[in-house]
Design a protein around this ligand. Structure first.
Ligand code: GLU
Length: 326
């Protein structure tokens, strides 16, 4: 399908997948609005999925607030929200298969031990939250194993096959990632006894019939990991991916608290109308004639993926002032 085609196809489906780890900000809102607009302009289904498996980072009540924020912006979805924490049995079942096929292995190594095994550890990105590549030398011999979710909690990693992973992105064109070189064997089941994001999301996207995954390009590396996992599990067909340019602060970093309060709730509480926010997101997304205010439905009618700027959008103080101006 041509990305710009607006031919109606009710067999296609996308999803909005907020993580209830904090309130939605303008960057998240832009990705959700664009995903929703692409789908609604083409008669696709839209599923709302709550990614509530991020352990201690999940904040009570944040799922309801994410739902409120999306609705305030003017977005809707089909059916009840799907909550990941209600699907643990499905994720464990996939782990049992992967273990029986010798594609995963238990691993209790600490981050420090994993880092120490790298040949040139200083060349690897460090810092809080940075990922550490899992050196191939640490992988034990692979063998069929039994995965027991109730056994003493231990982490499990996926034995990432060698070789690049390529896919055709609806926004970026041909993309090549190389998970074996960038991350190595990655975690699929955490030591806290929870499925990791990569495993949960690929199973959900498959089970919910998601044909089009539309999300920020900060997840590009994750897509390679999700594809190798999906292929190991025999999940087909693979969805089509649309990676959207991220919204960043003036320092070029992903929009976050350090850039001030850009939460939708913050603007809503300050009396800013949702149409004002949509108008800003429209300007960022290459929608002409957004003017002072625009509804989400109007955005969906006018948004064209072909004219969306490919460069990252920079949120500035001026944008903030413009939102607040009457
Ligand atoms: N909940 C994930 C996030 O907010 C979404 C990931 C995805 O779209 O697959 O980053």
């Amino acid at each position: 399908m041509d990305a710009a085609s607006t031919e109606h196809d009710p067999a296609r489906c996308t999803r909005l997948a907020p993580s209830p780890t904090g309130a939605l900000h303008l960057g998240n809102a832009r990705s959700f609005l664009v995903a929703w607009a692409i789908a609604r302009a083409r008669g696709w289904r839209v599923v709302l999925r709550i990614d509530d498996l991020a352990g201690p980072r999940v904040k009570p009540d944040a799922a309801r607030r994410a739902i409120d924020d999306l609705a305030w912006l003017g977005l809707d979805w089909d059916g009840e929200p799907v909550v990941q924490s209600a699907r643990l049995g499905r994720y464990a079942g996939a782990m049992r298969d992967l273990a029986a096929w010798g594609r995963v292995f238990p691993c209790d190594l600490s981050r420090r031990e994993i880092h120490a095994a790298l040949e040139a550890p200083h060349a690897e990105p460090g810092g809080v939250g940075a990922e550490t590549r899992f050196a191939r030398s640490l992988r034990p011999p692979l063998a069929p194993m039994v995965f027991d979710r109730d056994a003493q909690a231990r982490g499990w990693r996926f034995a990432t096959p060698d070789g690049p992973v390529t896919f055709e992105d609806a926004v970026l064109g041909a993309v090549t990632t190389d998970p074996a070189r960038t991350i190595g064997d990655f975690v699929v089941w955490t030591r806290d006894g929870q499925p990791a994001y990569q495993l949960a999301t690929i199973l959900d996207d498959h089970d919910l019939g998601v044909t089009d995954v539309i999300r920020g390009d900060d997840l590009l590396e994750s897509t390679g990991r999700q594809l190798v996992l999906a292929r190991a599990l025999g999940l087909a067909p693979e969805p089509r991916f649309w990676h959207l340019p991220l919204v960043v602060g003036p320092d070029g970093r992903r929009l976050a608290k350090r850039h001030g309060d850009t939460r939708l709730a913050h603007y809503r509480d300050a009396g800013v109308a949702p149409e004002r926010v949509v108008a800003l997101l429209a300007r960022w997304s290459g929608v002409r004639g957004a003017g002072e205010a625009m509804t989400a439905a109007d955005f969906a009618r006018r948004f064209d993926p072909a004219t969306m700027p490919r460069a990252r959008t920079v949120f500035t103080d001026e944008d903030d002032r413009w939102l607040r101006a009457d």
